[in-house]
Design a protein around this ligand. Structure first.
Ligand SMILES: Cc1cc2nc3c(=O)[nH]c(=O)nc-3n(C[C@H](O)[C@H](O)[C@H](O)COP(=O)(O)OP(=O)(O)OC[C@H]3O[C@@H](n4cnc5c(N)ncnc54)[C@H](O)[C@@H]3O)c2cc1C
Ligand code: SF4
Length: 437
């Protein structure tokens, strides 16, 4: 495999053997452990830490990956402070067990030693199509193979693992880790059709004739346009295209001295820190609300501060200026009216100002794949696929999981949620096909 750029030091270094031993032996193996309840995939944390403490790394990795097929990426990118570690009984003393690091240690052992942990179930003769080979699709595929169903993943990209492979910056999640994780699922005998966009290269209806069930796990789309003049100028980027090119070591042209990132979620933080590590002198985040309303995780925000990112709150872009390339952005200051029923930022009259910038990256969320859902014949609610408790869509024989069912008002979408939803969908599909555990 080609060596891809890491863009500087990984944020998170693995713990040493000694640190791991000390940390594992600090765990109290709590009864009804709160860390396990706080994990969306309900990993039996006490059990896997206990196995590390006794040197059974293979057994530990099995406990983790059984509950979470995306355990390798989650050990690196989960907001553990908000999940398992935030719930740990030591949290009140500010010394929660470093669950993410322990998880990474056990899985790295399996990764390095090439141990196979799972085997497919007895063949059932049933066939399931999965649309999208990101975390949700892979998780569903893994469990469907354990049930014994034949699985084919249709993936638009060249490689599997969705945003884990192409979206999360390499200094948080390396490309080869994402590919290793996907390969573990493929090794169970999953058929993979990459470079195949369902709805374009093959129709949903034809797949539903050939397969007994389908799981739609296509994620979300690109970053929407800002809707202001000058957006088509060279030097204006969609954050996802920008990060993908940087991660794959492709050219992102000359960023110039000053990069402006519009938005304040985790994608914005990745675009900001990536720009800085690509050599931009100044990198500034602009957000139309305040610091408290940022959707990026606290640890992400802290990391961006350490990387030297500048932050400008309560300002919105109104125009991108330039002749043949971005040269500046016009902004207006914003405020949130006190006592408003739905607090939306509004422009402050006469507050316009101009910032000289060389590159603009929009990172204001992701659009919805409405065309895909229409072609699939499944209903949505404002672009969010409608599902019931078992993740069945409105079309018989079709389930959905992952970011495509992620609704507004939640915090940022997460890999661990996509992994859990993949499992839930697989269980329900299997019951529909007459195989339950
Ligand atoms: C920049 C960025 C940083 C993030 N950082 C974190 C983080 O630190 N921690 C965290 O937990 N989460 C993070 N996330 C969120 C996380 O990546 C997603 O929640 C997760 O990847 C969702 O998984 P998914 O399988 O639903 O979708 P995706 O990962 O988007 O995968 C969907 C797959 O479907 C494919 N596809 C789409 N349409 C079709 C079609 N018609 N036919 C065939 N294939 C199709 C796509 O090519 C893609 O491979 C981040 C997201 C971004 C964008
Ligand atoms: S809550 Fe903390 S101490 Fe208790 S089992 Fe979980 S990790 Fe161990």
């Amino acid at each position: 495999m080609a060596t891809l750029p890491q863009l500087g030091e990984p944020i998170h270094k693995p713990l040493t053997d000694l640190e791991i031993r000390l940390e594992a032996n600090r765990c109290l193996y709590c009864y009804d452990a709160p860390c396990m309840r706080a994990c969306p995939t309900h990993i039996d944390v006490a059990s896997f830490i206990g196995k590390i403490a006794t040197g059974n790394l293979k057994g530990s990795a099995r406990v983790i990956l059984e509950a979470n097929p995306m355990g390798a990426s989650c050990a690196r990118v989960c907001p553990t402070e908000e999940l398992c570690e935030g719930a740990c009984v030591y949290e009140k003393d500010d010394t929660p067990i470093r669950i993410g690091d322990l998880q990474r240690y056990a899985i790295d052992h399996v990764m390095k030693s090439g141990i196979d942990l799972f085997e497919p179930g007895k063949p059932t003769g049933k066939r399931v199509a999965i649309v999208g080979g990101g975390p949700a699709g892979l998780s569903a595929a893994r469990d469907l193979r354990l049930f014994g169903h034949a699985v084919t993943i249709f993936e638009a990209h060249d490689e599997l693992n969705g945003l884990n492979t192409y979206g999360i910056v390499p200094f948080r999640l390396a490309y080869d880790v994402a590919l290793w994780e996907a390969q573990q699922v493929v090794n169970l005998g999953v058929d993979v059709k990459t470079k195949t966009r369902v709805g374009v290269d093959v129709s949903f209806d034809s797949l539903l004739k050939d397969f007994d069930a389908m799981v739609v796990a296509c994620g979300m789309g690109n970053v929407p346009k800002l809707g202001i003049p000058g957006e088509n100028l060279p030097g204006v980027w969609d954050a996802l295209d920008f990060i993908e090119r940087a991660k794959l070591g492709k050219s992102v042209a000359n960023l110039g001295k000053h990069v402006a990132v519009i938005g304040a979620g985790n994608t914005a933080i990745d675009a900001l820190t990536c720009s800085k590590r690509l050599g931009a002198e100044r990198v500034t985040m602009y957000y139309r609300r305040g610091e408290e309303q940022m959707t990026a995780y606290e640890f992400e925000y802290e990391f961006a501060k350490q990387e030297g990112i500048e932050f400008r709150f309560f300002c919105a872009p109104t125009k991108i200026v330039g002749e043949t390339h971005v040269a500046a952005v016009e902004f207006v200051r914003t405020e949130i009216p006190k006592g408003a029923a739905k607090p939306a930022p509004i422009p402050v009259p006469g507050s316009a100002f101009v910032e000289k910038v060389d590159t603009v990256i929009r990172a204001i969320g992701q659009s919805r794949l409405n065309d895909v859902f229409k072609a699939a014949g499944i209903e949505t609610d404002g672009g969010v696929v409608k599902v019931d408790d078992e993740l069945r869509t409105t079309r018989k024989g079709v389930w959905a999981a992952g970011d495509c069912i992620f609704a507004k008002g939640m915090r940022e979408a997460m890999v661990v949620e996509a992994a859990e939803q993949g499992k839930v969908a697989a269980r329900s599909v299997s019951a529909f096909l007459g195989v339950s555990r």
